[in-house]
Write a protein that binds this ligand. Structure first.
Ligand code: C2O
Length: 546
């Protein structure tokens, strides 16, 4: 493969949205950031120079980073942050992955504006396993705040309250026609009668699962999270933050203008940003020219209701691998993790200003009742490799500390998770199954759970409490979809399987950033195997230290 060199300068740049300009953190002054385009088998060498006043790291979301865990990016997990004025070069090779991924900052809430598409085409000379598209367009769904997102999250952590909702959703950085001061910049996606195009849809929003629809056009799903799927046709997509979905769309309508639209899927009982972002699908031969088009209104699609879980379920259950796959069996590690919010008591040393969650509490969240706390003096990966004690403990529980009716009426005594920096150790090559069980603590919610360093098979999902006796019979061990982020149903569960064949320290977390802030994360510590192909590379010389 080829080697691609890029320079990313992290810097404050004036960005005007919703009638106001503020200094946003960008890469090379671009918002969204640059699109990276490579082929399977290529190597990326990306030098980050931090000219902003915040610490930063960059994560290559969905890239497996086989043996190159030092390039994964989550701050204090695989590296210390790149300080203002500092730099770090990420180097990694794409081994066997094709499709749409993305990159984003993995430090505080910087990814609100620091993100971009990462497109991996087949190896040179090879073609897609579907009709060759005439055009390809990345569609990045984002979330925009009128305030500095770093201030929004700081305010929330100071007070323990829920952070403010965003003020807009965006498509390729633009809110679109339905927002103030936005219509002249609405994104236009070209199409022509008869042609079939590929849209690479990425949910880069911080905290919101989104429905996505295009008026009068069917979408044929061909890939998700850079794994091909058995093609299926649908009117509407739902993507949790972190997920990607590639769709084919055919210009089979009379040449005109149609809205591409996205808005919230909200399964939690909480306030949310109820606005709709739009772009325009425009036929090149539409009878209006670019100058008089503004007079003709594009056709608006009817999006599902914000709480339409039935549509989400039908959609997520449509995914299959294109052909039978080798799903791990003879499981070595049978894990059961609860996912939940929580409300912690106000420590007595705090005055009431610092505990503005419900009834004077502070919001929290956890897996198996552990609310994850990042270290601050060294990364977990360094501590793991160099056997430095006192940074983390490897006693993350394989099962919830108490069993309860997870999706029933949960006793308030179970609402307070315990903070900790805990990992779960995996032998190289272990065959792992995890039941991810949502709970009714505070509110049930559809959580997009993302695992770094691996793709996993989603063998089943369902509602209520996972029942090992009956639900195991429903597992798809033939052609389940391969993903890096699973949208766990609200008040339900999902079961994933993977083989721990990549040594390192790998974060697993909810991709709603507010939930990471509250502790919905844990780390897998995967040992080296035998020989070079099973052993982590040594740390790069410029690895940022704390
Ligand atoms: Cu896309 Cu840990 O993140």
């Amino acid at each position: 493969g080829k080697t691609h060199h890029h320079d990313f300068v992290i810097q404050a740049t004036p960005v005007k949205r919703l009638c106001k300009t503020h200094n946003s953190i960008t890469v090379n002054g671009q918002f969204p950031g640059p699109t990276l385009e490579v082929n399977n088998g290529d190597t990326l060498v990306i030098k980050i120079t931090n000219k902003a006043r915040y610490n930063v790291t960059i994560h290559w979301h969905g890239i497996r980073q086989l043996r190159s865990g030092w390039a994964d990016g989550p701050e204090f997990v695989t590296q210390c942050p790149i300080r203002p004025g500092g730099s770090y070069t990420y180097r990694f090779t794409i081994e066997g992955q094709e499709g749409t991924l993305w990159w984003h900052a993995h430090s505080s809430w910087l990814r609100a504006t620091v993100y971009g598409a990462l497109i991996i085409r087949p190896r040179e000379g090879e073609s897609y396993p579907f009709q060759k598209p005439k055009r390809e367009t990345p569609i990045l769904l984002g979330e925009w705040w009128d305030a500095n997102p770093i201030d929004v999250v700081r305010q929330a952590t100071r007070t323990g309250a829920a952070p403010n909702n965003s003020n807009a959703f965006t498509i390729n950085g633009q809110p679109g026609d339905l927002y103030n001061c936005s219509s002249k910049d609405t994104v236009v996606v070209p199409i022509e009668v008869g042609e079939t195009n590929l849209l690479r849809v990425i949910n880069a929003a911080l905290n919101q699962p989104l429905f996505f629809k295009i008026a009068n056009h069917k979408l044929t799903v061909v890939s998700a999270d850079a794994s091909y799927t058995k093609p299926f046709t649908t009117d509407v997509l739902m993507l949790g933050p972190g997920q990607t979905t590639d769709v084919l769309i055919t210009g089979d309508q009379p040449p005109a203008r149609f809205y591409i639209a996205a808005r919230a899927y909200q399964s939690a009982s909480a306030s949310f940003d109820n606005t709709t972002t739009t772009a325009i699908l425009q036929y090149k031969s539409a009878p209006c020219s670019s100058t008089n088009c503004a007079a003709t209104k594009p056709v608006m699609p009817q999006l599902p209701a914000f709480n339409d879980t039935a549509t989400v379920t039908a959609f997520s259950r449509s995914f299959r691998s294109p052909r039978p796959v080798e799903v791990p069996t003879d499981i070595d590690e049978n894990l059961f993790f609860t996912i939940g919010l929580g409300l912690n008591r106000c420590p007595t040393k705090f005055n009431s200003r610092r505990c503005q969650g419900p009834n004077g509490t502070r919001f929290a969240s956890s897996m198996n009742n552990v609310s994850f706390v990042l270290p601050s003096t060294i990364s977990i990966l360094q501590a793991f490799q160099q056997r430095i004690p006192g940074v983390f403990t490897a006693d993350f529980p394989a099962n919830p500390p108490v069993k309860f009716d997870y999706t029933g009426n949960v006793s308030r005594s179970l609402w307070q998770p315990v903070p900790g920096t805990k990992g779960y150790r995996l032998k190289y090559g272990s065959r792992v199954q995890i039941v991810l069980q949502d709970t009714n603590i505070v509110t049930p919610e559809n959580h997009p759970i993302h695992l770094h360093g691996y793709d996993f098979y989603i063998v089943a999902e369902g509602f209520g409490n996972f029942n090992p006796k009956t639900d195991t019979k429903k597992f798809n061990l033939v052609d389940p979809p391969l993903r890096n982020t699973v949208a766990v149903p609200a008040n339900g569960w999902a079961v994933i399987r993977f083989v721990a064949d990549n040594p390192g320290a790998w974060l697993m977390h909810c991709h709603l950033d507010v939930h990471i802030t509250w502790g919905l994360a844990m780390v897998f510590l995967v040992d080296n195997g035998v020989g070079e192909l099973q052993t982590m590379q040594p740390p790069p010389e410029d690895l940022p230290l704390c």
